[in-house]
Design a protein around this ligand. Structure first.
Ligand code: RNT
Ligand code: ZN
Length: 412
């Protein structure tokens, strides 16, 4: 009997069907963030990354243009099972005209749409409210300067139009996620004013009615940024209320909360009040450090909530990290595969039986079972999934990345 068959037998004892888990996992698209490939620098030659976020490390081989970035993305996608989405930022427009962010149009992303079409990928989008002269003081949609605020409102509008065009072109809904860096380093004198201005700016951005079949809007909160430690305009409470009142999605980035606060615990609460949910999956070490996503407890807990809330077809899962200290293609592959592995682990969990133990108050058996499940042979099911999808099994992918590094990345 091969490993998969014997794994199936063990899981059958729990009432779990690995074939079914594999089938369901095959339907989950994860949005791979283009910005891991070039340390969030984009194609505008804007210079340093700003906005209170940071990519650290200087591993050689960073993609410097569309051709290099898409070549690296292709390499990563060859090693990731299934068909997914790509997540773009406005700063990755491919254009030879001089165009500022308030004037971007869908045509500035045609190269990406062609790229996605050829590969059967979906596209998601993010306006870029950082790394720009008009965001030098990290005030954009909440700026007290009406001209600055207007510029960024226009950028927000253009971004929604671009995302809608992605959805239309690719026949699948595109998420347009708004994250702004706005905040203050030191204790502010006015906390309400900036939030009133942000609210007004968002109202303006969302006032244009676009096609919901192609566009979904989300807003992403945060607790603090580097150099913006004392106050964040777009806090969790601000956006959670804004989202609930305005029919947009509240995007949860698991690096954006106090360290003992868990996004896994927020998922069911949000799903009770909204049919859809958006996530940025990341890994914070001591702060919102955006380390590569690993197969750790909170990742598995997030995946479990998505599965047991029956939300796999209602969630936008995007990755959001940027590590410049290791091979960037490997960083993508590791994070994407781990997200999928965590979902598979969750799909192989006998949720109904565990819930029953909880409701019966049998916490001894519940703890015992949760621990025993950790050594069930989910890896054999994962290997089968990779085989079926025609990608390298286990660390086989690493050799390919090493070869790509020798042949391509090291020559940059
Ligand atoms: C920053 C947010 C935001 C960015 C990306 C690049 O803290 O997480 O999502 O990381 O948009
Ligand atoms: Zn994020």
């Amino acid at each position: 009997m091969n490993r998969y068959e014997s794994a199936k037998e063990l899981y059958a004892g729990l009432g779990v069907d690995p074939d079914e888990a594999i089938r369901k996992l095959g339907n989950v698209k994860i949005s791979m963030h283009c910005w891991q490939g070039d340390d969030v620098l984009g194609f505008e030659n804007a210079g340093a990354l700003t906005g209170g976020i940071a990519a650290t490390g200087n591993y050689p081989g960073r993609a410097r243009n569309f051709q290099e970035l898409t070549s690296d993305i292709d390499e990563a996608l060859k090693l990731i099972p299934g068909r997914h989405k790509l997540n773009l930022h406005a700063s990755y427009a491919v254009t030879d005209r001089k165009v500022d962010r308030d004037a971007l149009t869908p045509s500035d992303f045609k190269a990406w749409v062609d790229f996605a079409k050829e590969r059967g990928l979906g596209l998601d989008f993010n306006p870029t409210f950082f790394s720009h002269p008009k965001a030098a003081d990290s005030l954009t949609l909440s700026s007290p300067d009406p001209e600055v605020r207007h510029f960024w409102v226009e950028h927000g509008k253009r971004s929604r139009e671009i995302a809608e065009s992605f959805g239309r072109e690719l026949g699948q809904v595109s998420l347009n996620n708004i994250w702004i860096p706005d905040g203050y380093k030191d204790v502010p004198a006015d906390r309400l004013g900036p939030r009133m201005r942000l609210k007004e700016s968002l109202d303006e951005i969302f006032s244009e009615k676009l096609d919901a079949r192609y566009l979904c809007d989300s807003v992403e909160s945060k607790v603090f940024g580097i150099g913006l430690e004392s106050y964040t305009v777009g806090s969790h409470e601000f956006y959670m209320d804004y989202a609930a009142k305005n029919g947009v999605l509240c995007l949860l980035d698991n690096g954006h909360y106090h360290p003992t606060e868990k996004v896994s615990d927020k998922i069911p609460s949000l799903l009770l009040f909204s049919d859809r949910l958006a996530l940025h999956v990341t890994r914070g070490i001591r702060w919102d450090s955006d380390h590569v996503v690993t197969f750790e407890d909170e990742l598995r807990e997030i995946a479990k909530e998505l599965v047991r809330c029956d939300a796999l077809d209602r969630v936008f899962i995007g990755l959001d990290y940027f590590d410049a200290s290791i091979n960037r293609v490997a960083a993508w592959v590791i994070g994407m595969r781990n997200m999928q592995k965590a979902l598979l682990f969750a799909l192989l969990t006998p949720h109904a039986a565990l819930k029953k133990l909880q409701d019966e108050g049998n916490f001894t058996a519940l703890l015992a079972m949760q621990e025993e499940l950790k050594t069930y042979p989910y890896a054999d099911v994962w290997d089968r999934f990779c085989e079926e999808k025609g990608v390298p099994v286990r660390e086989g992918w690493l050799r390919e990345v090493q070869q790509y590094e020798a042949e391509v990345l090291s020559k940059r």
